[in-house]
Design a protein around this ligand. Structure first.
Ligand SMILES: [Zn+2]
Length: 318
């Protein structure tokens, strides 16, 4: 299969600021995307009230909690939560280098999807930095299992996701999204899919002090009799659910710290499975290689990419 891959590192063309509420804290939070030099990767900076800053590269090694969302850092007083929808937009648009400043403990939830982040980035534009981009190419299958759930990476001449969910709910049931990931497929088929939850779980989370910012403005909520409470219904007929799970997987795998070439498949997965599968891949040096485009060409097949020395550039490590 022929794929078009832009072989050069990028950053955002100008700073941009967004304001929204954190889905867990319910507090207003402001984020600013700043352009960054080649080789920076995606760097999150949390500004604290006392003037200090916490800094995390958006890489697998810095992932702390993955229970309700994906969190960078292990200390709740210093960590940054709910990065996955922002990371999915950054990854899908091919933004390699970016500084994400945030003045609170989590990313704003916006409408529960990646759409606002995609639109904002596209409005300011993306700059080609003229430095070759490194990719992680899967060269051997890596699989993890947990109960009935499993996730695996397979070699593939492109970037592909095959995500399947299976809920004990008539409304959701078993759904699958599969496709090659490009900026266009992400924008058209995944980016608008919202976070979803069951009313009974939302009530339980509220009681425990979580999901305080969760509302019909940013979540698809399913009632106890298995119907969508939101008056506007679903954005994608029937399968907005699996599309959102795929969006989450894109954001979680973006923590490879580089674009990946391979196929990611998961069944009944979630943030924890995505994070663990990525750790399993990156902890096995025989399972992947770091490659770059062979020439100053913008149209190359993934299999023509050439290996490079890992020691030169290892963005997924701390
Ligand atoms: Zn999500």
């Amino acid at each position: 299969m022929a794929i078009a891959l832009l072989g050069f590192q990028t950053t955002i063309a100008a700073p941009l600021t967004l304001t929204g509420i954190g889905v867990h804290s319910g507090r207003e939070v402001s984020i600013t995307f700043q352009p960054a030099e080649a080789g920076t990767g995606v760097l999150f900076l949390r500004q604290h009230d006392d003037g200090s800053t916490s800094e995390y590269r958006a890489v697998s090694a810095h992932v702390g909690n993955t229970d309700l969302c994906t969190v960078l850092g292990t200390n709740p007083a210093r960590s940054i939560a709910t990065i996955e929808h922002v990371m999915a937009a950054i990854y899908a648009l091919g933004l390699d280098n970016l500084i994400v400043e945030v003045d609170g403990a989590e990313m704003p939830i916006m409408d529960g999807s990646s759409e606002v982040f995609i639109d904002a980035i596209e409005q300011v534009g993306i700059t080609n930095l003229g430095v070759k981009r490194r990719y992680i190419r899967v060269i051997k299958p890596v699989r993890i299992e947990s109960g009935a759930s499993w996730s695996e990476f397979l070699p593939y001449d492109g970037t592909r996701f095959e995500v399947e969910i299976d809920f004990d709910s008539q409304l959701i049931g078993r759904q699958k999204w599969e496709g090659d990931l490009t900026a266009e497929t992400f924008k058209n088929e995944l980016s608008r899919a919202r976070t979803f939850g069951f009313m009974r779980d939302v009530e339980r989370l509220w009681a425990a002090g979580f999901a305080l910012g969760s509302s019909l403005e940013n979540s698809v909520v399913i009632s106890d009799d298995d119907t969508v409470i939101n008056v506007e219904g679903l954005r994608y007929e029937k399968d907005e659910f699996v599309r959102h799970k795929t969006l989450d997987a894109v954001g979680d795998l973006a923590l490879a710290g580089a674009q990946f070439i391979g196929c990611y498949r998961s069944y009944r997965g979630g943030h924890k499975m995505n994070a663990n599968a990525l750790k399993a891949l990156l902890s096995d040096p025989t399972a992947y290689e770091v490659v770059e485009a062979p020439s100053r060409s913008h149209q190359v097949r993934a299999r023509e990419f050439v290996p490079v020395q890992v020691s030169e550039f290892a963005p997924w490590s701390a």
